[in-house]
Design a binder for this molecule. Structure first.
Ligand SMILES: Cc1cc2nc3c(=O)[nH]c(=O)nc-3n(C[C@H](O)[C@H](O)[C@H](O)COP(=O)(O)O)c2cc1C
Length: 224
């Protein structure tokens, strides 16, 4: 077992947070410029730092670079061209019981690091599992957490200077079949990473803060 540290060498080439979130656009077409393996590893490391309930980290990332595999993925994703254009597409997924299989490990690591007291650990574990099992269907909880890591992944790729395209347009059953994934694997989202082939799409706009945020009750827009 190998637990990563929460920090790594600061990459002088990463872009400032507000530039990333302000300038990121969903990329429509990619060039065939490859993304170096070390860059992909750094981006995945950044995604691994995402938070999750009880620190259970239920997400997994399947990195698809092979051209034939990308063709198969495209066929399972409404023929979206960017999947075969971009040199890398990451399938964000969550095995139904992946979190349960690593439950002991997660709690032991927390105790080892002093983030949880050793006393009562079995009871805490049982409480944790009972809580997660209240989500029905389990996909609700798996998606909630995997989307946070997916967002870290997307912003990390942008921070490292790459362009990205998030995708929900796929047939989960077809993706599972194409990659021999067990039937209880939740396929959450796809992320194409590479270099944009043309200028960014026009910013489609967002609701202003006063239409998405409220103060104390939903009848009072923020700022009050
Ligand atoms: C989770 C998610 C799934 C998406 N799925 C698709 C998709 O399957 N195909 C596509 O062309 N765009 C997809 N998009 C891109 C959105 O259309 C785009 O992000 C949105 O219109 C806002 O534009 P912007 O990202 O350039 O700001 C997706 C975006 C997100 C966040």
């Amino acid at each position: 077992m190998n637990h990563a540290s929460s920090s790594h060498a600061v990459d002088a080439h990463t872009r400032p947070f507000h530039t990333i979130i302000g300038e990121r656009r969903a990329t429509r077409h990619f060039t065939d410029e490859p993304v170096p393996e070390e860059a992909i590893t750094e981006i995945l490391h950044d995604a691994s730092l995402a938070p999750s309930g009880y620190n259970l980290q239920p997400w997994r990332f399947l990195v698809v670079r092979d051209a034939a595999n990308r063709r198969r993925l495209r066929a399972a994703a409404f023929d979206q061209e960017k999947i075969t254009e971009a040199p890398v597409v990451v399938i964000a997924l969550a095995p139904r019981n992946g979190w349960r299989e690593r439950l002991d490990e997660v709690f032991a690591e927390r105790v080892r690091r002093g983030s949880l007291p050793a006393e009562g650990i079995e009871k805490s574990k049982q409480g944790c599992a009972a809580f997660v099992d209240t989500f029905e269907p389990p996909a609700i909880w798996l998606n909630r957490h995997t989307m946070i890591a997916f967002t870290f992944l997307m912003l990390a790729a942008e921070a490292h200077g790459w362009d990205t395209a998030p995708m929900e347009g796929f047939d989960a059953g077809a993706v599972r079949k194409a990659f021999n994934l067990p039937a209880d694997t939740e396929v959450v989202a796809l992320l194409a990473i590479g270099r944009a082939r043309e200028p960014d799409a026009v910013f489609p706009g967002r609701f202003p803060v006063e239409r998405i945020a409220f103060s104390e009750n939903l009848s009072t827009p923020w700022p009050a």
